[in-house]
Design a binder for this molecule. Structure first.
Ligand code: BES
Ligand code: MN
Ligand code: ZN
Length: 493
């Protein structure tokens, strides 16, 4: 397929592998650069003097092995290598965790886009280490496939030394899920209106054991999805609710995932300032992550029943748009006075959550680019997780396994009183008080999940990289949350 690297498990030694670039890992030790070669085929193969020559040359050229630093050297500076060049990739002072390996592999393959072959020779004592390297390699080799003109090709062939085919296959399935989410986020909102997103989901699950169901506008009105309708009705592109269900017969546990799918968030009549609008094409990143996770779980054959719900709408201020002070009736019968049409995510999510819990799943995760306050609180690279304590803790644990950054945040009950209004059960936004904005958004959602064990993931910052590439992340969609939700599901198998 165009735009995809071929990943190959290889048992060859780093000395004999014939590639353009041999990728080696380096950290910043107290006395300078330290190379970390694979346990068996490394040092003996290369020889102590070659290692010394390499580190010395690298340091002379200003390489400090700082995090994400790379240096390309001709392999001929040491003898006995079949590769043409060496690419050193730095991890700074980080411990060699799986996420460190993943990041370094991705940093390297990202650097090598346009070249035809690379081999990664990292120390990978465990199978999970090899999977992490393979995942990182594919994450860093990502290109948005639908760019016109086409993006530069990623490195064509990547050999992962020491890996077995099963490890490669797992990594491919995981990263495929992440990259589906990235692709959808990168798609411009004129090419991905709600109907397009729903259709994409339909096509994407067609060859998998996943059932697809869509609610179009009429059906949404008929069944009382007042939140989704209320948000979507200012756009000529009507909203959708999509259910994608993966249900292996022997599954003993049922997880529901709900994703915010605002294909574009102008703010509606409570319109956003011009400068914060372009990023709002990414406001469907939660739904994209849910779709990617369901696809990954189904392709891996995880023994858990997973139901994904994509709450899809476009938030525009045109003709029949919801007005600040309109009162809408949500799927669960609660009435909401819409005081701010830019707090639209919680409205579509509330409906989808209320619907999802009618199936009595064992756990519910929702994921959304929900609040700017998430970015204020935790920055652009750390996601937040709120909800009932046990589920929240399980998400933090899953994130550790997956190598993503999720931080637990509280839902202080007293704040809920700020939603009181004389005109409905509650408002959707507190007027004039921005304190704890992310937590208050979580408290709003809590009104719609009943007693189901639930966690809310706010990925407003991490879902979209509006700066330069770093690690295995390119500018644009990152696929944040896919690996964590997948790890959460796998822990229930
Ligand atoms: N989609 C935005 C949140 C967002 C902001 C995501 C920046 C990514 C980057 C959301 O719909 C929104 O507008 N939230 C408001 C809520 C407020 C009106 C209560 C916000 O955070 O300002
Ligand atoms: Mn908004
Ligand atoms: Zn939004």
């Amino acid at each position: 397929m165009r735009g995809m690297s071929e990943l190959i498990a290889s048992k060859e030694a780093l000395t004999t592998v014939e590639v353009n670039n041999l990728i080696l890992l380096a950290s910043a030790g107290a006395d300078g650069v330290v190379l970390h070669l694979p346990e068996h085929k490394g040092l003996e193969g290369l020889g102590q003097s070659a290692v010394q020559k390499l580190t010395e040359t690298a340091q002379e050229l200003g390489f400090k092995a700082s995090l994400d630093q790379v240096l390309r050297l001709p392999a001929a500076i040491v003898s006995g290598l079949s590769a043409k060049n060496i690419l050193l990739v730095g991890v700074g002072k980080q411990t060699l965790s799986q996420e460190t390996l993943r990041r370094a592999a991705g940093r390297a393959t990202r650097e090598l886009s346009g070249t035809d072959s690379a081999a990664i020779a990292f120390p990978t004592p465990t199978a999970q280490d090899s999977v992490a390297v393979a995942e990182g390699a594919l994450l860093g080799a990502y290109v948005w496939a639908r760019r016109v003109p086409a993006s530069p090709e990623p490195v064509a062939k990547i050999y992962v030394l020491g890996a077995c085919p099963e490890e490669i296959e797992r990594a491919q399935k995981v990263v495929n899920g992440v990259n589906i989410a990235r692709d959808l986020v990168n798609d411009p909102p004129n090419k991905l209106v709600p109907a397009d997103f729903a259709e994409f989901a339909k096509q994407a699950v067609k060859h998998l054991p996943v059932d697809y169901q869509v609610w179009e506008e009429k059906q949404l009105v008929k069944e009382g999805f007042g939140g989704i309708i209320g948000v979507g009705k200012g756009s000529i592109h009507p909203p959708r609710l999509v259910r994608v269900d993966y249900h292996p017969k022997s599954a003993k546990s049922h997880v529901a995932l709900i994703g915010k799918g605002i294909t574009f968030d102008s703010g509606g009549l409570s319109i956003k300032p011009a400068s914060s609008m372009p990023e709002m094409k990414s406001d469907m990143a939660g739904a994209a992550a849910v779709l990617g996770t369901v696809i990954a779980a189904a392709s891996l054959g995880v023994n858990v029943h997973v139901t994904g719900w994509l709450a899809i709408a476009e938030n525009l201020p045109a003709n029949d748009a919801t007005r600040p002070s309109d009162v809408i009736t949500m799927f669960n019968g609660k009435t909401v006075e819409v005081t701010n049409t830019d707090a639209e995510g919680r409205l579509v999510m509330a409906d989808a959550l209320a619907k999802a819990v009618t199936e009595n799943p064992d756990a519910v995760l929702d994921i959304a680019t929900l609040t700017g306050a998430q970015i204020v609180a935790l920055g652009n690279r750390t996601s937040a997780v709120m909800g009932c304590e046990s589920t929240r803790t399980e998400v933090v644990e899953a994130a550790k396994v997956a190598g993503e950054d999720f931080w637990p945040m509280p839902l202080p009950e007293y704040m809920a009183a700020e939603y009181d209004t004389p005109f409905a059960d509650l408002t959707n936004a507190t007027m004039g008080n921005r304190a704890g904005g992310m937590l208050k958004a979580g408290l709003f959602l809590k009104e719609f999940v009943a007693d189901t064990p639930w966690a809310h993931l706010d990925v407003a910052g991490p879902a979209y990289n509006d700066g330069a590439a770093w690690g295995y992340n390119l500018p644009g969609g990152t696929g944040a949350g896919v690996r964590t939700m997948l790890a959460f599901i796998e822990a229930k198998a």
